[in-house]
Design a protein. Structure first.
Length: 188
């Protein structure tokens, strides 16, 4: 298997949300709490020793996705050919029937539900349709500062290194998220 994943350069990200907005637009996700790409904000310290950083937070397409194991109807699976974790929304029984077990199992809160009772789970699928067409995910193309990249994990590691942590992100060895970072140095 050629595991696909993300690269995120935390030193470049300005928190503009272009990736988040592009994702919502591409997938026609209504305004509201469901975001397949989220932007997390970290602020620590006191002036003049202040740290501010952002973290793009999609699904990290883990090697061992706990969301898939937690789904009571098998609506989530990891593709053998590229390791992309996908959800069959037609098979999903919705948030009220399963009590959002997949979201609760994920250490990164990637599974997302709309606010209405019975909402089906949705999450980043690495823009599988675009990947299959030889394109990058929409979030990567939308990023004005080029803080994101995606592709085969071994290619990303060769190009960007093998750093697995960043401010605001903890690498969970149990699930092994498919991501490489360029972390922003935090203040002393």
């Amino acid at each position: 298997m050629n595991q696909f994943g993300f690269y995120f350069d935390q030193t470049r990200c300005t928190g503009c949300s272009a990736c988040r907005v592009a994702c919502k637009d591409w997938y026609d996700i209504p305004a509201g709490p469901e975001n397949w790409m989220r932007i997390e904000y970290t602020e620590k310290g006191k002036c003049p020793d202040l740290f501010v950083g952002y973290l793009a937070a999609p699904c990290w397409h883990c090697e061992d996705p706990l969301c898939a194991a937690a789904c009571p109807v098998g609506a989530i699976h990891k593709r053998e050919e590229d390791g992309i974790v996908v959800v069959d929304r037609d098979r999903c029984v919705g948030n009220t029937a399963c009590d959002e077990k997949c979201r609760k199992a994920c250490p990164y809160n990637a599974p997302q539900f709309g606010p209405e009772p019975g909402a089906k789970m949705g999450k980043c699928n690495l823009c599988l349709d675009r990947i299959q067409a030889g394109k990058k995910p929409i979030c990567v193309d939308a990023c004005p500062v080029r803080a994101l990249d995606a592709g085969p994990l071994d290619t990303l590691e060769k190009q960007y290194g093998q750093t697995r942590t960043a401010v605001g992100f903890t690498y969970a060895k149990r699930v092994k998220p498919a991501v490489v970072f360029k972390p922003k140095p935090s203040s002393p």
